[in-house]
Design a protein around this ligand. Structure first.
Ligand code: CP
Ligand code: NVA
Length: 308
């Protein structure tokens, strides 16, 4: 039987997304009240990290522990993958020992190859093209703070990168409007944008994107793997910082989100990320709760039944 993978947000149906959010809220309450929810007793998650991470590693590892399972951290520095063992062989071997595999890597095609040879669920924990786990947390955070997201407007300011692509996918799946402002040459992939139809629009002026928005979000100007482009990007993104003036163009109660890590003084001003509209710490925490619901669904094939 082919396992269910989570390589992009499209790997869950809109109904499954809604159920996942509901379940994440329950799991969050159970965790806060120290009530046991050891649904993954004896289960193992293998975590392959080809890039750095703080939030993703800790949220998956803590999540598996809280659900009674175990997570194994694997880096290319000390696995045979790092010495050139083929991806398909690694996928086959890990599938014989683990109940799910989480992968953070560079080219999105690599995780697709990995998943094609895995016989357990594979979870995308960030590729150069997508970061779907972050969007599960971001949508959960939105819903906790503001209720339904359908019909609302979010503004993406900055690079048309992996996070931007997952926000575009989310706009189509969750039925909100995304206004994207990027400098010339840094637009999202045209096919990803086109697939969202009228849900996502691309402009160049950040103020046009932010006007009357319910949410403003951004990300670093140079992602992991783009370290050498940093100076050139810093130039190209002048005028794209989310600061108090830009936030003032959005609705007065607009939320500010950032997947973190953030560079204060570059893509976001300290006054915004550390200010009252920022929900970045909730976003970070919600990685834990959303991914616990995801792990439960992918490994067990269903969400737990407890509703409060
Ligand atoms: N937001 C996010 O994925 O953070 P890490 O790189 O620390 O995992
Ligand atoms: N766009 C960033 C996100 C980090 C969580 C990167 O890929 O480095």
């Amino acid at each position: 039987m082919t396992p269910r993978h989570f390589l992009t947000l499209d790997d869950l149906t809109p109904q499954e997304h809604a159920a996942l959010i509901r379940r994440a809220l329950v799991l969050k309450r159970l965790q806060r009240e120290h009530r046991p929810h050891r649904r993954l007793e004896g289960r193992v998650l293998a975590m392959v990290f080809e890039k750095s991470s703080t939030r993703t590693r800790v949220s998956f590892e803590a999540g598996m522990a809280q659900m009674g399972g175990h997570a194994i951290f694997l880096s290319p520095r000390d696995t045979q993958l790092g010495r050139g063992e083929p991806l398909p062989d690694t996928a086959r071997v890990l599938s014989r020992m683990a109940d799910a595999i989480m992968v953070r890597t560079f080219e999105h095609e690599k995780i697709e190859t990995f998943a094609a040879h895995a016989s357990v669920p594979v979870i995308n924990a960030l590729t150069d093209r997508f970061h779907p786990c972050q969007l599960l947390a971001d949508i959960l955070t939105w819903i906790e703070h503001r209720g339904d997201i359908r019909g609302r407007t979010a503004a993406w300011i900055g690079d048309g990168n992996n996070m931007c692509h997952s926000w575009i996918n989310a706009s189509r799946i969750f039925g909100f409007h995304l206004r994207i402002a990027t400098p010339p040459g840094y637009a999202p992939e045209p096919a990803i944008l086109a697939a969202a139809g009228s849900h996502a629009t691309l402009v160049q002026d950040p103020f046009e994107a932010a006007r009357d928005a319910d949410l403003v979000t951004t990300d670093v100007w140079a992602s992991m793997g783009q370290e050498e482009e940093q100076a050139r990007r810093r130039q190209a993104f002048q005028g794209y910082q989310v600061d108090a003036r830009l936030m003032a163009a959005a609705k007065p109660d607009a939320l500010f989100m950032h997947c973190l890590p953030a560079h204060r003084g570059e893509e976001v001003a300290a006054e915004v990320i550390d200010g009252p509209q920022s929900v970045v710490w909730d976003e970070a925490e919600n990685r834990l709760h959303a991914q616990k619901a995801l792990l439960e669904f992918l490994i067990l094939g269903e969400f737990g039944k407890d509703t409060q």
